[in-house]
Ligand binder design. Structure first.
Ligand code: NAD
Ligand code: DAU
Length: 377
């Protein structure tokens, strides 16, 4: 494959995937297609924007004619589809935008790829539509006694044993979809469309479902960068409900490595779960963040604990997500590369060293939106 379209490449995960592909595969032409919504930021890709194998195209995936034109003009062989509305809280306020982008946009891209590939003499041969999805489509798990659960990874993602799991059940590739938020419902719907294009038209497609990512370049409305930034600015840290919800955290570069591996070696029509066996209760994670930020800023230990503010819970807040990624490990040999504490240290340092990046995107409209949302909690 030579010409690869990456959608949503100006966003958080997309920018890591674009960087990895542009650096690792000089023989590929990488086209980054992004609408540049509030979440898209070309500053995420400054280091690679002048490379000869990289091109940026500003477009909306919902614009079907544009998708047809861009795919044909660039003779696209493979698509890695990350463009989406991705924030659960926003989906609760504005579900229509999520249905439009995540469902109709994915469908427009699927159909545009299908028509172009079918028009080629080789048809679907050597082509791939790879859709990036989330563990949230599987619903929520309960908190139960996790005794006896061990990480399958030789390098566990966390060095602290008690963070391994908060229950015995995990999401498998075969777990029935049961989405609860407008965001996860829209992602579930797009996943179904992608599989339908394989089952109906024989188009080579792949879906992966990943757990919570963290790391550099994440928009600071998501828990980890929001809290790092609020500690720096001495703003309240809004903990939803009792802070007991559990998320399974993976360093974003490990997700990008998994995407690279699956794009090249994954079997079409398959689903792979991606996660690090690294579960944390929100409140425990928040304490680690506070401790790390305070240490790196030279504050005394416990200095920012007073910023913790319990607020009204997120509507329909899923209790626990936990991904079983042993299929990916067994079939393709993927493992997370970082221990969680290392990943958090790296992440906190990056946000503290890149205050201009964060100040640029949190000024103006976003600040108003955030203050308004927070004052309503
Ligand atoms: P993000 O919100 O940081 O980035 C999304 C990107 O998509 C932005 O650059 C935005 O401009 C672009 N975009 C949005 N609407 C568009 C449209 N209509 N046309 C073209 N571009 C558009 O998201 P992220 O956190 O990087 O997530 C990327 C993908 O990975 C999403 O599909 C998300 O569902 C999935 N995912 C995210 C996580 C996570 O923890 N962040 C975990 C698992 C899966
Ligand atoms: O699981 C994968 C998903 O992870 C992705 O599909 C989504 O795109 C991504 O946004 C993320 O969803 P979450 O809702 O889990 O992430 P978020 O950072 O918004 O919240 C993480 C947890 O922290 C969640 O339990 C809600 C809680 N939270 C979040 C915010 C923003 C708070 O307590 N306070 C907050 O201010």
């Amino acid at each position: 494959m030579k010409n690869i379209l990456i959608t949503g490449g100006a966003g958080f995960i997309g920018s890591h995937v674009v960087r990895l592909f542009v650096n690792k595969y000089p023989e590929y032409n990488i086209v980054n297609l992004d609408k540049l919504t509030y979440a898209g930021n070309l500053a995420n890709l400054r280091d690679i924007e002048d490379r000869p194998n990289y091109k940026f195209v500003r477009a909306d995936i919902c614009d079907y004619d544009e998708m047809r034109r861009i795919i044909e003009e660039n003779q696209i062989d493979g698509i890695i589809h990350l463009a989406a509305e991705s924030h659960v809280d926003r989906s609760i306020l504005d579900p229509f935008t999520f249905a439009r982008t995540n469902v109709m946009g994915t469908l427009a891209l699927l159909q545009a790829a299908k028509l172009y590939w079918e028009s080629r003499p080789e048809g679907f041969e050597g082509k791939l539509f790879y859709h990036i999805s989330t563990d949230e489509v599987y619903g929520a798990l309960e908190l139960t006694d996790p005794e006896g659960i061990e990480s399958p990874f030789t390098t566990t993602a966390s060095s602290s044993e008690h963070h391994l799991a908060f229950g015995r059940e995990f999401f498998l590739e075969t777990t029935k979809y049961n989405p609860h938020s407008p965001y996860s419902a829209s992602k579930a719907s797009s996943d179904h469309f992608v599989r339908a294009y394989h089952d109906t038209y024989g188009m080579p497609t792949l879906v992966t479902n990943c757990s919570n990512n963290y790391g550099p370049y994440q928009f600071p409305e998501k828990l980890i960068p929001l809290f790092i930034n609020n500690i720096r600015k001495r703003k309240p840290l809004p903990v939803y409900g009792k802070g007991e919800n559990v998320r399974d955290w993976l360093f974003v570069e490990d997700h990008a490595r998994a995407i690279d591996l699956i794009f090249h070696k994954g079997k079409p029509a398959q689903t792979y779960n991606i996660g690090g066996f690294n579960e944390w209760k929100n409140i425990d994670l928040i304490r680690v963040i506070i401790k790390t930020v305070d240490r790196l800023l030279g504050n005394p230990e416990g200095y920012s604990d007073e910023l913790i503010t319990y607020v009204t819970d997120r509507k329909g807040h899923d209790m626990r997500y936990a991904i079983d990624s042993r299929k990916l490990q067994a079939e393709l040999g993927w493992e997370p590369s970082l221990q969680f504490e290392e990943g958090i240290e790296k992440t906190v340092r990056w946000y503290l060293d890149n205050q201009e990046w964060i100040d640029n995107i949190t000024s103006g409209d976003y600040e108003k939106y955030y203050d308004n949302m927070y004052s309503n909690r």
